[in-house]
Design a protein around this ligand. Structure first.
Ligand code: GAR
Length: 274
């Protein structure tokens, strides 16, 4: 169904339709700020044309977490509401106390803990992770607050099949402590990014961003809360695009519905359209 989009900053805005459908989405504004033809296409979130689908749809998703798992919960909710178009076949955490493991169990999803062993090389952990995942045969890995760095071999194995969510408007602020850094830099805008994972930390090609305007009085905590709201929208969305065969990484470029994105699709927090 077509939802109210508010402002779409693109020449063909009037024609834009979208599959964004819940109440949450209705109140959002989809902004294609970067006036490229690619983004105009991206804003037209229509079902894929068959010829654009380069491989079969992904149906098996494994999610890697380290902590709270609120983004995992958003994926679970989307799957249960049949908005994901995929099954979450397992959740793996490097921390046994991760609340996300409980969330997985509560949803009837295999909840696996893979601890790092003291003195272990990164590549050994990665190999153990790959071995754990192999029988599950996931077509997509989603890093949803997975706070370990993965090595080049693992990343190569899942090249083009691994998404990460990061709490900043990449390429700004890869790494930790993004909310504090945004405040220190007195940035006007902050947000979150879903991107394909490449060997460079938090720097793979960006797919979808949620943007919010920093308000006077914002703290790292208030920004974390606001960013989380957006993360819970964009992560299931990007995963659903991948599962539907609409989203691919081809020679380093993000392809959505067969067209290269020259900049990420961007959704603004309600009231923050420019
Ligand atoms: C999220 O804010 C996610 O963007 C961040 O960890 C948080 C996990 O929250 N990921 C990174 O910083 C990766 N560089 P959650 O456990 O509630 O989903």
């Amino acid at each position: 169904m077509a939802a109210s989009l508010g402002a779409i900053h693109a020449a063909t805005a009037a024609k834009a339709t979208t599959e964004l459908r819940s109440n949450e989405d209705k109140s959002r504004i989809l902004n294609a700020h970067h006036e490229t033809r690619s983004l105009i296409i991206a804003a037209n979130l229509e079902p894929p044309v068959a010829s654009h689908v380069m491989t079969g749809p992904a149906t098996r998703i494994a999610v890697l977490i380290s902590g709270e798992g609120s983004n995992l919960q958003a994926l679970i909710d989307a799957a249960q509401a049949e908005r994901l178009g995929a099954d979450i076949v397992a959740v793996v955490s490097n921390r046994s106390a991760a609340r996300g493991l409980e969330r997985a169990r509560a949803a009837g999803i295999a909840a696996l803990h893979l601890a790092a062993v003291r003195g272990q090389e990164r590549s050994e952990y990665d190999a153990a992770l790959a071995a754990l995942l192999a029988p599950l045969d996931p077509q997509l890995l989603v890093l949803a607050g997975f706070m370990r760095i993965l090595g080049p071999r693992f990343i190569k194995q899942f090249a083009g099949r691994m998404l990460n969510i990061h709490p900043s408007l990449l390429p700004k602020y890869p790494g930790l402590d993004t909310h504090r850094r945004v405040l220190e830099a007195q940035d006007e805008w902050h947000g979150a990014t879903v991107h394909f994972v490449t060997e460079e930390l938090d720097a793979g090609p960006a797919i979808l961003q949620y943007r919010l305007r920093v308000r006077p009085g914002d703290t790292p905590e208030s920004l974390a809360r606001r960013v989380h709201v957006g993360e819970h929208i964009i992560l299931p969305h990007a995963a659903s695009w991948f599962a539907a065969g609409r989203l691919r990484l081809v020679e380093g470029s993000v392809m959505l519905d067969g067209r290269a994105l020259l900049a990420p699709v961007s959704i603004d927090e309600e009231g923050d359209s420019t």
